[in-house]
Design a protein around this ligand. Structure first.
Ligand SMILES: Cc1cc2nc3c(=O)[nH]c(=O)nc-3n(C[C@H](O)[C@H](O)[C@H](O)COP(=O)(O)OP(=O)(O)OC[C@H]3O[C@@H](n4cnc5c(N)ncnc54)[C@H](O)[C@@H]3O)c2cc1C
Length: 450
């Protein structure tokens, strides 16, 4: 089949990423079977400046966009290929979503070794961003549980990459932002679970310092830890929030959650609907409500890991201008001060939204050259896009992160200064040697232009 062939035809389609800041015209092909991919990819590389494999577009900005070139949408390559019920090793096509895996695995007593905050991401996307979850301090990143990958380069050659076979290319591909080739399939080691429920504890905290004390105290006994932080609170309330920690419950059934999300944001609300007054009021109410409800409970895995999956198109709530997510990690020795400084900046600016997450990363080494997680604290904040005003705030946050010796998460970024990227990722120069010359993205062009 050629790039113009029936199933692999590249068609004109507008694409945007999860933050909805920009919509760009793309050439998109969607192969349905693995044996179609070679012709599509080679044809695309001949016809267009560059190609990029993409999944469900849950990255917030331009790392999953390639408007000057073409993209290969992998979401129809969604088959589970083989499973060993003894070892928990699953071979799966790269376009399968985490939800596809959970539907199969949970009733059999298995779960993903680690999971991001949405199950609507593909395996290829999870590998290419080396995603992390609430159990980073125990399990490390997604890539820590990938045994091997099938990777197709632009010349149509399929390589097997693992810690033993083509190990350098494996390290470049895990967390490699899709730039080393198209991931066709992955062998993942799933983890056993006793039930599909989590025994969780919810604890209010009143300062950044209290958060760090709780995180430190919880790491030994709790597999999952995370906190919501009120990013608009100030003064004595600066850095208050709700800490949540939990373990798999030993009792309970092994049942899946229905994938349907009952709530939906059907259209773009006016940008004014979300302003500092409404967010402050919401945060105040949320903190008080959760403080009153603090304590222990047993919950299904869905609301625990994927609360936002319950609302379809929640990314529309920021209005037609979209939003930025800003996720940083700063090293442990400066984490308290840098986190407090960032929260002060955000609170003072009056920007920011309800969605603000604070978590500590442990010291399990990430396998990827460009993996984002590193020991320390990670703060993820959403900001409605208010143009220059927002960009100025993000630049102020950049300075805090940079001075702290931290870095930003490319999966979330849409405006990171290139020099800060190269400083934050010391292995990025080595990584460059493994980038397939026909693969590119808007993010990557921004970084290498700088
Ligand atoms: C609500 C929400 C919560 C989130 N929570 C977390 C979290 O807790 N932790 C975290 O780490 N991330 C989190 N994310 C980010 C998300 O997990 C990542 O952006 C993930 O990579 C998205 O996967 P995707 O299938 O949508 O891939 P896309 O966004 O389409 O692509 C992501 C990257 O993967 C590459 N890629 C995709 N498929 C392939 C393939 N087959 N071969 C080669 N490259 C490929 C693309 O080129 C791109 O660079 C969250 C996102 C949302 C929307």
């Amino acid at each position: 089949m050629t790039a113009d062939g029936a199933n692999g035809a590249f068609q004109d389609r507008n694409r945007r990423s999860w933050g909805r800041v920009a919509r760009r015209p793309h050439k998109v092909a969607s192969p349905r079977f693995r044996d179609e991919v070679q012709a599509v990819l080679v044809g695309g590389c001949q016809s267009y400046k560059s190609v990029l494999g993409v999944g469900l577009g849950r990255s917030y900005s331009d790392s999953c966009l390639n408007p000057d070139g073409a993209v290969v949408d992998t979401t129809a390559l969604d088959r589970l290929i083989a499973f060993d019920g003894e070892s928990g090793v699953l071979r799966v096509e790269s376009g399968a979503s985490l939800w596809d895996i959970l539907e199969f695995a949970v009733p059999r007593g298995f779960f993903l070794p680690t999971t991001p905050g949405t199950r609507y991401v593909t395996v290829g996307g999870a590998v290419a961003n080396d995603v992390h979850g609430k159990n980073h301090h125990r399990a490390g990143t997604f890539g820590n549980h990938v045994l091997s990958l099938g990777l197709m380069r632009s010349d149509g050659q399929e390589l097997r990459v693992s810690r033993d076979q083509n190990p350098d290319l494996f390290q470049a591909t895990v967390g490699g932002l899709g730039l080393t080739g198209l991931i066709l399939w992955a062998d993942l080691k799933l983890t056993r679970i006793p039930s599909s429920h989590i025994s969780q504890q919810s604890i209010p905290f009143h300062s950044v310092s209290e958060f760090f004390d709780l995180a430190c105290e919880s790491e030994r006994d709790f597999e999952h830890t995370v906190a919501w932080v009120d990013c608009l609170s100030a003064g004595d309330n600066l850095g208050r929030g709700i800490f949540s920690r939990g373990n798999w419950s030993e009792v309970g059934s092994l049942t899946n959650e229905p994938a349907r999300n009952r709530l939906s944001i059907p259209f773009d609300p006016p940008a004014m609907a979300l302003n500092q007054f409404s967010v402050r009021a919401f945060n105040e109410a949320y903190f008080k409500l959760n403080k009153a409800r603090a304590g222990e409970s047993t919950v299904k895995y869905g609301p625990f890991f994927y609360p936002l999956d319950a609302i379809r198109h929640w990314n529309r709530m920021y209005g037609a201008q979209g939003f930025y997510q800003y996720q940083s990690v700063v090293p442990p020795n400066v984490a308290r001060d840098a986190t407090a400084e960032m929260l002060k900046e955000v609170s003072h600016s009056g920007q920011g939204s309800f969605l603000a997450v604070l978590k500590t990363f442990g010291d399990v080494k990430s396998p990827g050259m460009l993996s984002f997680p590193a020991p320390g604290a990670t703060l993820a904040l959403d900001f409605p896009n208010r143009g220059e005003e927002t960009l100025r705030l993000l630049s102020r946050l950049d300075r805090v992160v940079d001075n702290a010796g931290g870095r930003l998460y490319p999966a979330k970024d849409g405006r990171l200064p290139p020099e800060q990227f190269w400083r934050g990722y010391p292995d990025a120069e080595t990584f460059r040697e493994y980038v397939d010359p026909k693969f590119s993205s808007e993010f990557w062009r921004r970084m290498i232009a700088g």
